[in-house]
Design a protein around this ligand. Structure first.
Ligand SMILES: Nc1ncnc2c1ncn2[C@@H]1O[C@H](COP(=O)(O)OP(=O)(O)OP(=O)(O)O)[C@@H](O)[C@H]1O
Ligand SMILES: [Mg+2]
Length: 484
């Protein structure tokens, strides 16, 4: 035992580190492939808690638990065998502790697991409350809702504290019952050995050895019971992790099509869409329109008319409930996932920046990107001077603080076709590269009027299509929109 203890410990620690890394990575790669609805229904704080608390806990518990359990099992079996050899009757009596102890532990572990789950939910609720308050600090200030927020946080903390107290109280109670049981068995064994001494069936030497062995076995049995219990508890705490790992994304990930050439014809065909979170409210109702290559088509409409939803369908962030979105006459799900997202690129007005260099942000998700393509896109987007002016150029890290619109480069690089820029002086969209089809979403009259074609949405339905001049003449929905 002395010889092997350190080596075994070291081996298990190494195993623990590897296990942690691989479980963390598996969970992460599984989560990033889930549907958007999953993220809508799961608070970010709960997912964070899995990475920061549960994965390390499960990984620390599994190898350490296995290490201790293995050692105690061997010791208990070997020393137990000696005890049976020395005094079989007394050994049987001493072993009585085992089934009783296991029963008590099973009850305790079931209780503890249930409480731990509630505790995890309560902590996630507290964390998500803090996140929400910090995120909405301006709103809180405007409505002077600091006290309400404080009260909400204090209620969440009180809930956690109550659960913690309950856990500790139950632990104390179960420990008391366990100790009483141990004491009772010891008294029985002592009583029986006293009888055997009196009858002369055993010697004082054998008895002392037996009692010493009983002590050793007792300690290891405790480790087995508590360790196993702890092991199960930690596995129970990791239940959410296994649930997430078992969860399959419902959406169709993508097909196999990767045509070498794309014309860029986009068509929405009788598209209906409802968000799963709000099934009563259809967001797109029988939407049909076409976006032609070589043109800039603008999607216009009042707030909540469904513009962003239509774009989300085009980006395949979501799939239509019925109807089709076609690219060159082929439904989007038939295209290979990475191929489609290289060809159909969304450039937001206020894009999300990931930590990393400008280069890493621009080539995000693109496997092969030549230096020349980067330069070409940067020049087309008018960002080359800005980047070259930075001390570390393309390799400038998080602190560059430049215009976020620079990420629009992603479009140019991703499509490999160049970029479209709205030239204010020209009052029209100018193609600076070979970009084919552009669908713009905007409320700004300047942007809309500069488009070649307009599609006007209202309450999730297409109400007008045509050129800006045609629609202005018609004095319909588009004209009303411009007057707002
Ligand atoms: N994730 C969601 N879950 C449920 N309903 C949603 C979700 N996102 C948007 N909606 C609803 O769908 C409707 C259309 O929203 P959408 O964001 O597509 O409109 P929009 O035309 O882009 O509006 P805006 O001009 O304000 O950007 C709105 O009624 C909105 O409340
Ligand atoms: Mg929108």
């Amino acid at each position: 035992s002395v010889l092997f203890s350190r080596c075994r410990g070291c081996l298990f620690l190494l195993l623990q580190a590897r296990l942690r890394q691989s479980l963390n990575l598996r969970l992460f790669s599984h989560l990033v492939r889930q549907d958007l609805d999953f993220f809508q229904g799961t608070p970010a704080a709960e997912l964070l808690a899995q990475f920061s608390m549960e994965v390390p806990r499960v990984c620390a518990a599994a190898p350490t638990g296995a290490n201790h359990l293995f050692r105690s099992l061997v010791m208990a079996l070997v020393v137990g065998a000696f005890m049976v050899g020395l005094a079989p009757g007394l050994a049987l009596l001493a072993l009585l502790e085992l089934p009783l102890g296991i029963t008590i532990h099973r009850i305790q572990s079931a209780r503890k697991r249930a409480l731990q789950r509630s505790m995890l939910e309560a902590s996630a609720q507290t964390a998500s409350g803090v996140q929400e308050s910090v995120g909405a600090i301006e709103t809180i200030r405007i409505f002077s809702a600091e006290e309400e927020e404080e009260e909400r946080h204090s209620l969440n903390l009180a809930k956690e504290l109550k659960l913690k107290e309950r856990m500790e109280l139950e632990l104390a109670l179960f420990t008391l019952v366990q100790r009483m049981l141990q004491l009772a068995i010891r008294v029985l064994v002592l009583f029986q050995s006293h009888q055997q001494l009196r009858d002369g069936t055993t010697t004082p030497g054998t008895l002392v050895t037996f009692l010493l062995y009983q002590d050793t076995v007792g300690k290891h049995v405790q480790v087995l019971l508590y360790g196993f219990n702890e092991f199960l508890n930690n596995a129970g705490a990791g239940q959410k992790i296994w649930e997430y790992l078992d969860r399959k994304p419902t959406g169709n990930v993508g097909g196999m099509r990767e045509p070498p050439e794309l014309q860029g014809h986009i068509a929405f065909q009788n598209v209906f869409f409802t968000y799963p979170g709000n099934p009563e409210h259809p967001v797109l109702k029988d939407v049909s329109f076409k976006v032609h290559p070589g043109e800039v088509t603008a999607l216009a409409g009042p707030n909540g008319s469904g513009k962003s939803t239509a774009v989300a369908l085009l980006e395949r962030l979501r799939d239509p409930g019925s109807g089709k979105v076609l690219l060159d006459g082929i439904p989007l799900p038939e295209y290979e996932h990475q191929y489609l997202h290289r060809k159909v690129v969304l450039v937001e007005q206020d894009p999300v920046l990931f930590s990393g260099t400008i280069r890493e942000n621009v080539v995000l998700g693109l496997e092969h990107c030549e230096e020349s393509e980067l330069r070409e896109a940067a020049t087309a987007a008018g960002a080359m001077d800005f980047i070259q002016g930075l001390e570390q150029g393309w390799n400038t890290g998080e602190s560059w603080g430049g215009p976020k619109g620079i990420l629009g480069l992603h479009l140019g690089v991703g499509v490999g076709l160049g970029h479209w820029i709205l030239r204010p002086q020209a009052q029209r969209w100018v193609r600076t590269g070979l970009a084919r089809t552009v669908l713009v979403v905007s409320h700004r009259p300047r942007v809309l009027d500069a488009a070649d074609r307009l599609v006007v949405l209202e309450h999730g339905a297409v109400v007008e299509t045509g050129t800006p001049a045609e629609l202005q003449k018609r004095c319909g929905a588009y004209s009303h929109l411009l007057l707002r």
